[in-house]
Ligand binder design. Structure first.
Ligand SMILES: Cc1ncc(COP(=O)(O)O)c(C=O)c1O
Length: 457
């Protein structure tokens, strides 16, 4: 199909030209005749060729009805429901509105902690004027403010031409897959990782391989083994307060990772959506350590909630240019509205104070959790919380199966079991930021009951 489209585009095949008979094509490509029929059917449905009774297959006369390749409908992959296909995740989803359930599963801050801003009212005309500041890479004032923040928070010096605004970090990742990889390519991620069950990889035909983590982050020796056995084209990593384990990669590991990626010439995508929710100083970002080797992703979802859907990619200018072209081709354009809202919130004089207060509250919630969690320490190994949103609890006793986790559903304690992130069935992710005085007590009471039941199994 690609070759025929290529010949038409290059003019080698002209409108009205006949394609060879199916049998001849099958001989030529050394494929089964039914494969040829299938490819021609696709070309007909895409409008490149037409079938005429009695005169075979001809090149279509014009552009009407033509499209290039059958593309997946990406929008369906970002809808709330389609990204939660696992039956357990579906059950969780159904329980979310239940007021008697306690939700430590959702991946965002509770509403009470999301900074509240008053937005200035815009007239229609003023908004249209703002629209003029929208370039191919996004709303320019927002790009600018992201550059300033990145420089201040992460010591990364970038210009606006290196920042592409996207509709969230997930869309950023999808764009990168489309531009940098081909169907059948392999990508290394952490094991466990929230990327494990995202449909964007499967839909693009990308194979995911997991690399074991320890308390310093991804094991570089294991990564090298993987690179040597599978043809890894890209490494995607969430180095700071990793989702789901909360682990932060040490500086030593970061340097080793960069050295490895340079040795094998494999680019790294650094997903840094949690780095601002830090109670302690975090190691330098990978982008700071190796500006040209690393593509940096950020998002506002973890501060403002996922409905804002604003994210960004920071990379070298030529890659940003390609990504921007792909974005336009796929009609990924983002309206100026959420961008103006994001800009206003980030520029609000109260923003820094809100942010400080938020981090302080998270620190208190983390300390409180760790203190209360002593009552379950005989059954669960608990990760240390240094920032971010998640704490990871590992069951200390017998092997658990997927089915054992139904007891959480029965008790209406909503958590994310590790099988949503890996093939492992022994641990769970808890969003501790959602724990206030009220639901914390409920959580530990119910968890103690659950643990007793699990021990009996
Ligand atoms: C580590 C990580 N990266 C990216 C995303 C997606 O972010 P966005 O909502 O901006 O698409 C999430 C959301 O859960 C996440 O946990």
């Amino acid at each position: 199909m690609e070759q025929i489209i290529g010949y038409i585009q290059a003019g080698t095949l002209q409108p009205g030209d006949h394609l060879p008979a199916e049998r001849k094509l099958a001989d030529f490509y050394q494929v089964n005749r039914s494969t040829v029929v299938h490819a021609l059917d696709e070309l007909v449905s895409l409008g490149w060729v037409i079938r005429m009774q009695g005169s075979g297959t001809l090149i279509n006369e014009g552009n009407w009805g033509r499209s290039t390749m059958p593309r997946v409908d990406w929008r369906s992959f970002f809808t709330q429901d389609s990204s939660r296909k696992d039956p357990y995740a579906e059950k969780l989803q159904q329980l979310l509105p239940d007021p008697t359930a306690v939700d430590f599963y959702s991946g965002e801050l509770p509403l009470s902690l999301i900074p509240d801003f008053r937005f200035p009212s815009y007239t229609w005309e003023e908004l249209l004027l703002e629209e003029r500041k929208q370039g191919a890479l996004g709303y320019q004032p927002l790009q600018q403010v992201i550059c300033e923040r990145i420089k201040r928070e992460q010591k990364i010096e970038v210009s606006s031409e290196q920042v592409l605004i996207t509709s969230g970090a997930q869309q950023a990742m999808f764009l990168l897959l489309q531009v940098m990889l081909q169907s059948g390519d392999s990508v290394a991620i952490e094991d466990p990782s929230f990327l494990y069950s995202l449909p964007i990889f499967a839909s693009a035909g990308i194979k995911l391989y997991g690399v074991e983590l320890d308390n310093q982050g991804m094991r570089i020796d294991k990564l090298e083994q993987l690179i040597l056995t599978k043809k890894i084209k890209l490494i995607i990593i969430n180095p700071t307060f990793q989702n789901p384990t909360g682990t932060t990669m040490s500086e030593k590991r970061r340097l080793e990772l960069i050295a490895l990626s340079q040795k094998y010439q494999i680019p790294i995508v650094e997903d840094e959506v949690f780095s601002e929710l830090n109670f302690q100083i975090v190691p330098a970002s990978l982008k700071e350590l190796a500006p040209h080797q690393v593509i940096h992703l950020g998002s506002l979802s973890k501060i403002f909630g996922s409905s804002i859907k604003i994210g960004w990619i920071i990379a070298d200018q030529d890659l940003i240019q390609r990504l921007s072209e792909a974005k336009q081709m796929m009609d990924f354009s983002i309206s100026v509205f959420p961008q103006v809202i994001a800009y206003t919130a980030l520029k609000d004089p109260q923003f820094e104070a809100h942010q400080k207060k938020l981090v302080q509250t998270l620190r208190e919630r983390a300390t409180d959790f760790e203190e209360q969690a002593k009552c379950i320490a005989a059954d669960w190994e608990i990760s240390t919380i240094c920032g971010g949103m998640y704490v990871y609890l590992k069951w200390k006793h017998q092997k658990l199966t997927r089915k054992d986790w139904d007891v959480f559903i029965k008790q209406k304690v909503l958590i994310a079991p590790s099988f949503l992130f890996s093939s492992d069935t022994m641990a769970m992710r808890i969003n501790y930021t959602r724990m206030d005085q009220q639901n914390q007590q409920l959580f530990f009471e119910r968890l103690q009951k659950i643990s007793t039941e699990l021990r009996r199994k």
